[in-house]
Design a protein around this ligand. Structure first.
Ligand SMILES: C[S@@+](CC[C@H](N)C(=O)[O-])C[C@H]1O[C@@H](n2cnc3c(N)ncnc32)[C@H](O)[C@@H]1O
Length: 252
């Protein structure tokens, strides 16, 4: 059994800004949730916009691959303010792991423009007032993310950044093997680019987490995952974390 560190529990609360405030109810939908989401995450001090249930699930995946010796680094594609890569680095540090890296891939300038012909739902959301003026297309600069790592004392040689669009940075990224790969690029093409360029580098026994698989109102993320799985004959069962996030464990 790996020891459970109380420091990681404090860190999860700090990153999600829930030390002294409740988190928005991610199981809920509708206008109330959007208002809470905007206030708590985007306009608040949170360093990640994922709810605690997804932080717990990420920690469980990382500790499982460490326990079972599944080889590879940890990676998030679509990091916003960097909260989850910061947490990944903290889990490695807590368990004294010095031979794995954390990769953080992002444009560091927000979501890309969706192809309006192929993905009209995404294009409509992208140009809507909420996404443009409220969420500001989830843009957070690399300077902001690096500063967040530094605030937590976790910026070191085991952290690697891949700034740019996934389609440009991932094909030749110097990543050999991944044990945990978390996709949070929201849109269809962003999700597909990550799967196409990274799935073959995910170790058998490793985890593939898709933050927006259950989000059908404004993204076509689910269709990208389903098409990739069908095309590659991937039949490992997908497991639901909460209303929006799903994952599977690579079996072969
Ligand atoms: C919803 S935010 C990610 C939230 C983050 N995982 C967290 O824990 O708060 C989506 C991120 O994906 C990035 N992104 C989406 N598509 C991308 C692409 N094709 N290339 C690079 N970055 C992309 C955006 O810049 C943004 O930072």
């Amino acid at each position: 059994m790996l020891p459970v560190s109380p420091d990681l529990d404090w860190l999860k609360k700090s990153l999600t800004a829930t030390l002294d405030a409740p988190e928005p109810d991610a199981q809920a939908g509708g206008a109330r949730y959007l208002v809470d989401f905007l206030g708590h995450y985007v306009n608040g001090s949170a360093v990640t916009m994922v709810p605690m249930a997804r932080m717990e699930q990420l920690q469980a995946c990382i500790e499982d691959v460490l326990r079972r010796g599944v080889p590879g680094d940890l990676m998030e594609c679509g990091v916003w303010r960097g909260g989850l890569p910061i947490f990944m680095r903290a889990v490695l540090k807590t368990h004294g792991v010095t031979d794995r890296c954390v990769w953080a891939a992002d444009s560091f300038e927000g979501l890309p423009e969706p192809d309006a012909k192929r993905f009209p739902k995404e294009a409509k959301a992208h140009h809507g007032a909420l996404m443009r003026d409220g969420f500001r297309h989830f843009a957070a600069g690399l300077d902001v993310v690096r500063a967040n790592f530094e605030r937590y004392g976790l910026l070191d040689g085991q952290v690697r950044f891949l700034p740019g669009w996934f389609k440009d940075t991932l094909p030749d990224a110097p990543i050999e093997q991944l044990a945990v790969l978390r996709l949070d690029g929201d849109y269809h093409e962003s999700t597909r680019d990550c799967l196409v360029h990274l799935y073959d580098r995910l170790s058998v026994g490793g985890y593939l987490i898709v933050d927006d698989y259950g989000e059908d109102e404004w993204t076509d993320c689910r269709a990208a995952v389903d098409a990739f799985r069908a095309g590659r004959g991937i039949d490992e069962p997908m497991v639901q974390v909460d209303r929006r996030c799903w994952y599977w464990r690579r079996a072969r």
